[in-house]
Structure formats: structure tokens, C-alpha cells
Write a new protein. Structure first.
Length: 146
């Protein structure tokens, strides 16, 4: 019960270097990074599907980054409390969005939802921008783990 309560609150703030460090810490396992916000309808729709995929794919590390503003933290925490994701959810730290986007992945337009898949060796294997099915995300995970 305690673990679920801990996971329902934000795990903290991250910037691009901190996120890279989190990915490196999980070297040896594929990592999926989901970028989303509570004001993004496709993101809200995708979130429970991503949580279900994470519960099923225990061989994969899932990390989630909310792009909500600081004043929206109570709404983010309420959202997480209702959905109880099985993965840590961070909020993008302070700083310019363009700098975060460029540092995270120059190919990312900044559109959300966005999903980045990293291979076992920590290299980006896929960037999925916009709405995608869980099957497409799972194919990207599997392609990056070969």
C-alpha cells in the first residue's frame, strides 16, 4: 500500500541532464520515457494504457515527465492519485522549454504526448510524437531491444 502511495505523488523535478542520468542508471534494461501534461487530452487518454503496458512489461523501465506548470502541481498530483501509475512521474524542472526539448532530443518537436524509447545500452531507439497505440510503443520497445 505504501509503494502505491509513494508512486501516486510526483517523484520530483528533472531537467534533461537529470533525465539522462536516470536513463543511464537503468542501463541493461530498455527505458520508456513518456512526456505528457494534464491539459493534453490525448495524453490523459494514453496515460492509463501506458500504465497497463508498464504493469505487463516488467522487463522495461518506465519513466514519466509531466510538462505541467508549477501552479498545476495540485492537479497533477490529484491525477496521479486517481490513476496510481506503476512508474515514477517527474515534473519538468524550471528552465526554457526549447532548451529542454533540444537537450532531450533535437528531433522532438515539443508536441505531446511524446514517447522516447531507449535501448538496453542507453541509446535512443525511437521517438514517437503525438498519439500512438500501445502496440506501436511496444513494437518500438521490442525493436530497440534486439
Amino acid at each position: 500500500m505504501t509503494a502505491l502511495l509513494l508512486l501516486s505523488a510526483l517523484a520530483g523535478e528533472v531537467d534533461a541532464p537529470a533525465l539522462r542520468k536516470l536513463i543511464v542508471e537503468h542501463k541493461g534494461r530498455p527505458v520508456v520515457v513518456s512526456l505528457w501534461a494534464t491539459w493534453c487530452e490525448p495524453c490523459v487518454k494514453e496515460f492509463p494504457e501506458l500504465a497497463a503496458l508498464a504493469r505487463r512489461r516488467t522487463d522495461v523501465v518506465f519513466l514519466s515527465i509531466s510538462l505541467d506548470e508549477a501552479e498545476d502541481v495540485p492537479a497533477v498530483e490529484a491525477f496521479l492519485d486517481r490513476r496510481k501509475p506503476p512508474f515514477p512521474v517527474y515534473r519538468k524542472g524550471r528552465g526554457a522549454d526549447d532548451a529542454f526539448i533540444e537537450a532531450l532530443d533535437p528531433g522532438w518537436s515539443g508536441a505531446i504526448p511524446a514517447t522516447l524509447v531507449y535501448s538496453r545500452d542507453g541509446r535512443r531507439a525511437a521517438l514517437l510524437q503525438g498519439e500512438h497505440t500501445m502496440q506501436a510503443i511496444e513494437r518500438a520497445i521490442d525493436a530497440g531491444t534486439r
